[in-house]
Design a protein around this ligand. Structure first.
Ligand SMILES: NC(=O)c1ccc[n+]([C@@H]2O[C@H](COP(=O)([O-])OP(=O)(O)OC[C@H]3O[C@@H](n4cnc5c(N)ncnc54)[C@H](OP(=O)(O)O)[C@@H]3O)[C@@H](O)[C@H]2O)c1
Length: 275
């Protein structure tokens, strides 16, 4: 399925902005005109230049951000959270009245954005698998966003994965699941690799076993319409070996552990928001 997006600018094209740019450059996506991207440093800007991309740096042209958003219908702001307000004030005079501005910055709320900009603003919380086109992005719309504008923002983030639209009050909670989630998965992989090594496997064999088991299980989940509980049931013969292992894991109350982990992340998000 091809996606057509109107003229798009990315202000701050580092890790996350760069991942979004990769999504926009995929063959199934067409963007009206060249994609405009900016950074501060000229070196970073030069690396992103291509026939499909106009890449500029504020270091060499102080009007880079203003020029990038002029005529754009979608503007993605992907600078560090502390810089978002300053960037929004900077680009405000050049924004088209019907442009939508989407910030991916953690902790910068829609009210802050709406106070600075008169038009439609949204917040998005993608996660790091965006770099391989497998993101989960939480999307929250501000008060001036039409259904059509929300669909456009959603289509943009679908170029790097899956999109879930949530009310803004849930975006921090979403972040404790999908935002931090890749780290939880890597921790589980590390823990099982450690067990394999303690049973006498070399690190390289342990990694091969565990990493491919996670990838294979994820592929099984992705391939069919079976839910994880059913997939687990199919590996767990009654009275067999897996059943014994699962009983030990259930005894550790993994659900409770994840409740505490996500609650700790949420408490930290609130502390950070309070400054
Ligand atoms: N990385 C993630 O997994 C992730 C996930 C969700 C949300 N986010 C959010 O994404 C945002 C960016 O994070 P990141 O990890 O991508 O950081 P990053 O790699 O440092 O990217 C930020 C980029 O913004 C550029 N920049 C800074 N000030 C600018 C300005 N005034 N005008 C134009 N460009 C400017 C920087 O360019 P120079 O390097 O040349 O200064 C840099 O390339 C953050 O707000 C973060 O909360 C990140």
């Amino acid at each position: 399925m091809t996606v057509s997006l109107p003229t798009t600018a990315i202000i701050g094209t580092g890790s996350m902005g760069g991942a979004i740019l990769s999504g926009l450059l995929s063959p199934a996506v067409t963007v009206d005109g060249q994609i405009r991207v900016t950074n501060r440093s000229a070196a970073k800007a030069a690396a992103l230049q291509s026939p499909a991309v106009i890449s500029t740096a504020s270091e060499t042209d102080p009007r880079a951000n203003l020029l990038a958003v002029t005529g754009a219908r979608i503007v993605v702001v992907a600078v560090k959270p502390a810089m978002v307000a300053e960037v929004l004030r900077e680009i405000a005079p050049a924004l088209a009245a019907d442009a939508i501005v989407i910030s991916v910055a953690a902790g910068v709320n829609l009210t802050t954005m709406e106070v600075i900009l008169p038009g439609a603003v949204l917040r998005a919380m993608p996660n790091t698998p965006a770099t391989v086109g497998r993101a989960v992005t939480g999307l929250s719309a501000g008060t001036r966003v039409s259904a059509q504008q929300l669909a456009l923002a959603s289509a943009l983030f679908e170029t790097v994965g899956t999109v879930i639209t949530v009310p803004e009050h849930q975006i921090d909670a979403l972040s404790t699941v999908s935002g931090s989630g890749p780290a939880y998965v890597f921790l589980l992989i590390e823990a099982l690799t450690g067990s394999a090594m303690r049973m006498g496997f070399t690190e390289s064999d342990a990694r091969l076993m565990v990493e491919n088991t996670f990838l294979g299980a994820a592929e099984l989940l992705a391939a069919g319409d079976l839910d994880p509980r059913e997939l687990r049931r199919r590996v767990t013969s009654p009275n067999g070996t897996t059943e014994r292992a699962i009983a030990v894991l259930e005894g550790a109350e993994l659900g409770g552990v994840f409740d505490r982990a996500t609650a700790a992340a949420l408490a930290r998000a609130r502390e950070l928001a309070a400054g």
